[in-house]
Design a protein around this ligand. Structure first.
Ligand code: NAP
Length: 285
């Protein structure tokens, strides 16, 4: 039986460390870091995500606000809100909760967020810098995955990594981050053929497709490192993209729940704190 990579416990440890760093800044007389989350509409899943982000931000000593706009708010209203937050010197991090209602163009809104305050790492400038390995804010889920791999000393250099899924939120950026750690990376997607064979040929399998039980336990080999990013609701339960039995078959696996999910939120807090520190250094605070 392999090792479960406990994202839940690691996230708890990272939050404690972050709280200490925040206290250190407060003791120096600096104000607390601040995170503002913009929620447009009343999607229940989004409501629960933003509440959890605010709660965890406050637990580490940040100030945090949720700005709720009506589901019929125009694109201009959302842009105005983002511009106001860009110019507010008391706001360090801005996160616009996705998905946005259909009548609002997500790219337009993401482009409007100041790259400095883009703690989700989705602004094209950050995407470009991260892709080129030239700094930039890393998107939260891929950042969280790299933190887990690092914590458990999982060797990446020279390993064959298969990323299943090519979304801008997960698949593409995790592929870049693994590449920068000298893994040999293959990206699979809905048109990829012979996925079973590809899985067998690789060492690290990251699955982010959004289909329950997509990766079968029978495909997993004892040397595999399996990172299950999926969050799927089935019969009131949260399940991943890999069959539950696959976690035991791999050398290492992130389970769902309590794997990648908690690391995503702590990465958001870490991104916000890094932005805050940069702003202190530049005397913007
Ligand atoms: P997404 O934007 O819907 O992308 C899904 C990807 O899966 C696409 O690239 C798609 O390929 C690929 N795909 C779909 N069917 C496939 C198939 N049969 N074979 C191979 N690839 C296939 O999803 P996402 O935002 O990346 O999220 C993926 C999952 O991760 C979801 O369950 C989501 O809830 C979860 N998630 C979790 C966290 C977390 O914090 N743990 C964060 C973000 C997302 P094409 O590009 O060809 O369509």
């Amino acid at each position: 039986m392999g090792t479960l990579l406990n994202g839940f416990e690691l996230a708890k440890k990272r939050r404690t460390e972050l709280k200490d760093k925040v206290d250190e800044q407060l003791n120096k007389g600096n104000r607390a870091p601040s995170l503002t989350v913009v929620l447009v509409g009343d999607n229940p899943a989004s409501q629960s995500y933003v509440k959890s982000k605010k709660k965890q931000a406050e637990e580490v000593g940040f100030t945090s606000e949720i700005l709720i706009l009506d589901k019929d708010a125009s694109e201009l209203e959302v842009l105005d809100t983002v511009t106001r937050l860009n110019n507010d010197k008391n706001v360090d991090g801005i996160l616009v909760q996705l998905p946005l209602p259909k009548h609002i163009n997500e790219d337009t809104i993401i482009l409007a967020i100041s790259p400095e305050k883009d703690v989700d790492g989705l602004h094209p400038l950050n995407v470009g810098l991260v892709t080129l390995n030239k700094g930039g804010t890393k998107p939260c889920t891929p950042k969280g995955i790299m933190t887990i791999l690092n914590e458990y000393d999982i060797e990446l250099e020279g390993k064959n990594a298969l990323v299943i899924g090519r979304s801008r939120l997960v698949g593409q950026p995790i592929a870049s981050l693994l590449l920068h750690k000298n893994a040999t990376v293959t990206i699979a997607h809905s048109r990829t053929k012979n996925l079973e064979q590809l899985i067998a040929e690789h060492d690290i399998i990251v699955v982010a497709v959004g289909i329950p039980d997509f990766v079968k336990a029978s495909s997993i080999l004892p040397h595999h490192v399996l990172i299950d990013v999926g969050i799927n609701r089935v019969d009131g339960k949260i399940v991943g993209d890999a069959e539950h039995e696959s976690y035991e078959k791999a050398a290492y696996a992130t389970p769902v729940p309590k794997g990648v999910g908690p690391m995503t939120v702590v990465s958001l807090l870490e991104n916000t704190f890094e932005t805050y520190l940069r702003r202190i250094e530049r005397e913007e605070i």
